[in-house]
Design a protein around this ligand. Structure first.
Ligand code: SF4
Ligand code: SF4
Length: 293
């Protein structure tokens, strides 16, 4: 049995991607759930994970000045092109870790070898249990920018667990947009569900995202979220998809129950009498069929 990796993605944040990914995590059996939206992760809020393992994510290097070796000559500050080094009140020097780009110039010029070049630790990732299935997620430290690499680690761990535990599916809540974290969420997946909404920028964002998906030759379909908020734009999106031979997997109506579910930190699909939950159930069934192919 080959594990199918399914990425739920969007051209920008706030389109309902995590609402869909969270509910699909409830509906699929025998799965691993991966939250690759590491810059603003919130799947953990609805899945309520119990962490089993914390793994340090190490990437890149940063300079650190050892105070008692620094003679205050200022040579490191002169060579730093990123203005990452400043003089302190005691005439010693210090490195701003968020400005340091790890070019190593200061290490090379320091006459007293006072600059350590340390492996950076921009965040952690976790393996957890949830009542819906095992969950791999991550936390990037504030101000850190290594999210593409961290996404790759989350993906790698989720796939390994899926293969080891003979899971049929990995549901990936992808990073939004077309940057490095987004492409890291997508590469090597078996299927992508592109969530869009009927706004002025919605079609444009969707088009940009499609270019990326097509580049990776990944089969995909579209979900229009809150389709009834702007029927003209919604029809425009449908027309665009028809003209470009793109399957629409489903349309989710605006539903106050989604806000209720979010504020109660629950997947909307668990709520009764919800239009959104019904639409997601239908999307799930169609998605299952797509994955059989
Ligand atoms: S080059 Fe070395 S000794 Fe000179 S200020 Fe920088 S850290 Fe201190
Ligand atoms: S490693 Fe490069 S960027 Fe970082 S503090 Fe030293 S000179 Fe500046």
């Amino acid at each position: 049995m080959k594990t199918k990796q399914v990425a739920i993605i969007s051209g920008k944040g706030g389109t309902g991607k995590t609402t869909l990914a969270g509910s699909l995590s409830v509906l699929f059996d025998n799965l691993i759930i991966a939250d690759c939206d590491v810059d603003s992760s919130n799947m953990h809020l609805i899945l309520k994970p119990k962490i089993n393992e914390t793994i340090q994510y190490k990437a890149g290097h940063k300079a650190e000045i050892v105070e008692n070796k620094c003679i205050g000559c200022g040579k490191c500050q002169e060579v730093c092109r990123y203005d990452a080094i400043s003089k302190k009140k005691d005439s010693k020097y210090t490195v701003d870790p968020f400005a340091c780009e790890g070019c190593k110039a200061c290490v090379l010029v320091c006459p007293t070898k006072a600059v350590d070049f340390v492996l950076n630790h921009p965040g952690d990732y976790y393996t957890s249990d949830t009542k819906y299935g095992p969950f791999v997620h991550a936390e990037l430290k504030p101000g850190e920018e290594m999210s593409g690499g961290l996404v790759a680690q989350v993906r790698k761990r989720a796939l390994k667990m899926a293969v080891d535990e003979r899971k049929a599916t990995v549901i990936i809540d992808g990073a939004p947009g077309i940057g490095c974290p987004a492409t890291s969420s997508l590469t090597g997946t078996d299927y992508a569900v592109l969530v869009t909404e009927p706004t002025v920028s919605g079609i444009h964002d969707m088009e940009r995202m499609m270019e990326v998906i097509k580049h990776f030759k990944i089969p995909f379909s579209v979900v229009i979220n809150r389709f009834d908020m702007n029927m003209d734009k919604s029809k425009e999106t449908e027309k665009y998809c028809q003209q470009n031979n793109i399957k629409i997997l489903g349309k989710i109506a605006f539903d106050e129950k989604v806000n209720v579910a979010n504020s109660n930190e629950r997947p909307v699909v668990e709520l009764q009498d919800s239009k959104a939950a019904d639409a997601i159930q239908s999307i799930f069934r169609k998605l299952e069929n797509e994955l059989i192919v």
